[in-house]
Design a protein around this ligand. Structure first.
Ligand code: HEC
Length: 126
């Protein structure tokens, strides 16, 4: 194989594998940040009613328009405009929004902290 052909193959492989490697890396960072399991999140997002209020990319049935879409969470500087964004603040918000913002319209849904870690992991991985 000529050098030029090899370069073409390597570039094509890089383009093909780049997004997959990115997703894997994002997932492992999300797990490390939260201690949660993103695979459990879609069912939790439906069970606790998040799906009725929020659109969550990649979660079937999560197309609520009541509240902001939960996309690109890892890029946010603030949680709900009130708390500096850290993984612990996101988890705390998901469990008990009024503990950070007493007048927030988002209810405490009864989700446990461990389950909120799973949901936070999903929101960071996607
Ligand atoms: C009754 C509707 C409702 C339900 C159910 C609900 N939320 Fe919310 N959520 C809101 C509203 C309204 C806001 C905006 C709150 C604010 O700014 O005070 C919000 C904000 C958020 C935010 C912050 C978003 C941002 O842009 O900073 C996150 C994260 C979030 N919700 C996650 C969840 C999760 C996870 C669940 C399920 C456990 C859930 N919500 C259930 C209404 C809801």
């Amino acid at each position: 194989m000529s050098i030029a052909a090899l370069v073409v193959v390597l570039v094509a492989a890089g383009l093909e594998l780049g997004p997959i490697a990115d997703n894997r890396q994002r997932r492992s960072v999300a797990v490390a940040l939260t201690g949660g399991d993103p695979a459990r999140a879609p069912a939790l997002i439906r069970r606790y009613g998040c799906a009725g209020c929020h659109t969550v990319p990649g979660v079937a049935g999560a197309d609520g328009k009541v509240a902001p879409p939960l996309a690109d969470l890892r890029e946010r500087v603030f949680i709900a405009g009130v708390a500096r964004h850290t993984p612990e603040a996101l988890i705390r918000w998901i469990v008990a929004p009024q503990s950070l913002s007493p007048h927030s319209a988002m209810p405490a849904t009864g989700i446990t902290e461990a389950e909120a870690r799973d949901v936070a992991a999903y929101l960071y991985a996607n």
